[in-house]
Ligand binder design. Structure first.
Ligand code: MG
Ligand code: MG
Length: 287
């Protein structure tokens, strides 16, 4: 099965495929320290910086949630994102990543991920996914949230709650001694338990640290008990994408924006988490 990181920026289809197939060699070429299975284990200093990068990412997403209003353009949202990241002494993680032209991925309604900010005006009833990354001293945070602007249907509210709940079901399994498949399975089961949604399969979560995307891939589906073993000091981004209709995806002519094939609304939630001996640290969660 084709599978791509849900990264928040990945260029054309071919470039995405290349990235998937070459991840191991790219990591080797970059001299990235690898644990078993090519997954990096971070030092305590790196984990401190990851927590800082996560905090910035979470804070700026909160500012965006508080700022969004009907009539604003998606470009205005992007400007807020970049200004707020830089005001905190951090660097936007997505801008220039594989040629992505903006700080914020902003994806409306049937758009799943990787929407490019522009002149489109946000309207009442829009379901807006915002995906953001920040870098602090070379370490990354990556997080996404979906918000409804004004009133939306009960069905869409339930879909959004499903996406959120699936993310936290996955996070609860992100523990030392579990396997990546345990996270994936928990995400999938939480979604299936709540309704007949489409679970996006062609874009997945990922390891994260000194790179935005590291090994392993973290799918939002699959059997438990499989995949790489999670160890303290690893970090992963968990990011379910839940469609109101089918799970099919396609990419628009801008080579970035991923949309549902059937035009149904999609929601996306993401946190960066650090594996510890106990409960995971959610670096991008701010309360
Ligand atoms: Mg991500
Ligand atoms: Mg992201």
């Amino acid at each position: 099965m084709r599978q791509r990181f849900a990264l928040s920026a990945c260029g054309t289809y071919n470039r995405r495929l290349r990235m998937m197939t070459q991840t191991k060699s790219v990591l080797r070429d970059l001299g990235v320290r690898s644990g078993r299975g090519g997954i990096t284990v971070k030092s305590s200093k790196e984990l401190d910086r990851m927590q800082e990068a996560g905090r910035v990412t979470g804070e700026v997403l909160r500012v965006l949630r508080e700022s969004i209003a009907p009539g604003m353009t998606t470009r205005e949202m992007d400007a807020i994102a970049e200004r707020e990241i830089r005001a905190r002494g951090a660097v936007p993680a997505f801008k220039g990543y594989r040629g992505f032209p903006a700080t914020l991925c902003i994806s409306l309604n049937e758009e799943i991920v990787h929407g490019i900010p522009g002149e489109r005006r946000i309207q009442v009833g829009d379901v807006v996914g915002m995906d953001l990354g920040a870098i602090v001293d070379g370490l990354y945070g990556d997080s996404a949230v979906t918000v409804a602007v004004g009133d939306v249907s009960e069905g869409i509210r339930a879909q959004m709650e499903t996406g959120r709940a699936a993310l936290f079901a996955g996070i609860a399994q992100a523990r030392a001694g579990n396997r990546v498949g345990d996270v994936s399975h928990a995400v999938e089961q939480e979604i299936l338990r709540r309704g007949q949604y489409g679970i996006v399969r062609e874009y997945v979560g990922h390891g994260i640290g000194t790179q935005l995307h590291e090994e392993p891939s973290v799918p939002n589906f699959g059997p438990g008990g499989h995949g790489p073993l999670l160890r303290p000091g690893m970090a992963i981004a968990i990011e379910p994408m839940v469609n109101f209709g089918g799970d099919g995806t396609t990419v628009l002519d801008d080579d970035w924006t991923v949309v549902t094939v059937d035009g149904s609304v999609s929601v996306h939630y993401e946190h960066t988490v650090i594996i510890t001996e106990g409960a995971p640290i959610i670096t991008t969660k701010v309360d």
